[in-house]
Write a protein that binds this ligand. Structure first.
Ligand code: GMT
Length: 384
């Protein structure tokens, strides 16, 4: 699709994690849209980003390789990344580099900027804070000085929610303006899909059971055990199934629990999935009981597919979920109340109201709107 660019074409380096995690997804989708607007985008990461799954004009991918050597107990990834940023900036003439997730990307870019300066090359650094880089990993004393320094020495800093901005000021005491640019979603990819629903729903729910769904990287912070607890309460009253999409450290013991309690017929672990939008399209309600969540991209994607959300009142989730409108929130760990809210939403007389409101909310985070905020933000730092 041809779109009209509002800004002069830029050459942008994007440094991110290439995995299924939210920061990598946002970075990759951002790069793809910027390329479709006529900008030139260079991804710099250790593997092909998972969402960079087809050929796109104006997109280049530079793999960061960390050579091994018997002396290294740990591979010096950050050094390799710094050198790669310098190389790409010099030879591809980057107008700026945009790094996603503070560790180690922000400090690497700030270091690369210094090296480039010695060659009289200017490289503005934009850092986007995503979540656990501030709320969990970032709070490790080991990383605090380097994160604070990298934030203060980035040219521009954005965070994905007001909550995360406040956390950054509170914990790192940085003297830096931070602009909030929220997560975004493709309303073309994530939407209600009656054609998929009519065909595939019966494979999971042959007796028209309700389908509860959770997608994540199965880290402790996601509290996937609460998802199962909520489901077990709901199942006592409503014939239903639970889909668990994704993989990560918590999966093994949860899967063991499900097997040992003879629940495998109802609780289905689907692993990492490429077309999560189709699985959301056959589901009815999304659960996100996280300990903390800076924005909740997975919940936004579910809403765009028409799924109301029941979540914990944590982090930036209240900036997305409006109680009694598109879902509900409870205190972290209150699985009893969460199950009551799920039952309330699944009431056939009320479901359409919550589902339609979920879609309306997602429309405010349309990628075509939010990406313009990034373009505008970049343009302040580019001297042309
Ligand atoms: O921890 C994760 O879920 C992955 C992490 C990441 O940075 O890859 O996700 C964070 O960034 C997403 C994109 O900005 C946000 O939508 C998630 O809420 C955030 N995760 C947490 O804060 C736990």
């Amino acid at each position: 699709m041809l779109k009209l660019a509002l800004f002069n074409d830029m050459t942008i380096g994007i440094v991110c994690y290439p995995t299924f995690g939210g920061s990598g997804v946002i970075a990759t989708e951002l790069g793809k849209i910027l390329a479709s607007l006529g900008h030139c985008v260079h991804f710099i990461t250790y593997d092909r980003p998972v969402r960079l799954d087809f050929f796109v004009q104006n997109i280049y991918y530079h793999e960061v390789m960390t050579p091994n050597y018997p002396l290294f107990q740990y591979l010096p990834y950050e050094s390799a990344l710094i050198s790669k940023i310098v190389d790409v900036a010099m030879h591809s003439h980057l107008d700026l580099v945009h790094v996603h997730y503070a560790i180690p990307h922000a400090s690497a870019a700030v270091f690369a900027k210094k090296i480039l300066k010695s060659y009289q090359i200017s490289l503005p650094v934009i850092t986007t804070l995503h979540g656990t880089d501030i709320t969990l990993v970032g709070k490790e004393e080991t990383f605090k000085p380097i994160i604070k320094y990298a934030i203060e020495h980035s040219d521009g800093v954005t965070s994905v929610s007001e909550f995360l901005k406040k956390e950054t000021y509170t914990y790192f005491e940085v003297d830096k303006s931070i602009e909030v640019i929220p997560n975004f979603v493709s309303l073309v990819r994530f939407r209600p899909k009656p054609e998929i629903r009519n065909t595939y729903r019966k494979l999971i729910a042959p007796n028209d059971e309700k389908i509860l769904i959770h997608t994540s990287n199965f880290r402790k912070v996601k509290r996937v055990q609460d998802v199962i607890a909520v489901y077990l309460e709901v199942k006592k009253q409503i014939p239903s199934k639970l889909l668990l999409v994704g993989d990560g450290p918590e999966r093994t013991h949860l899967e063991k629990y499900v097997r040992e309690n003879q629940l495998t017929q109802w609780v289905i672990f689907m692993g990492k999935q490429e077309k999560v939008e189709d699985i959301l399209a056959i589901s009815d309600i999304f659960l996100m009981p996280s300990e903390t969540e800076s924005f909740g991209l997975a919940a936004l994607e579910a809403m765009a597919c028409g799924l109301p959300v029941v979540a914990s009142h944590a982090g930036g989730l209240p900036e997305l979920i409006v109680k009694g409108f598109n879902g509900f929130m409870t205190e972290v760990g209150d699985t009893n109340q969460m199950s009551k809210y799920v039952i309330e939403i699944l009431n056939p007389e009320k479901y359409a109201y919550y589902s339609e409101n979920a879609i309306k909310t997602a429309q405010k985070f349309d990628e075509n709107l939010i990406v313009k905020s990034y373009e505008k933000f970049y343009s302040q730092y580019i001297k042309k």
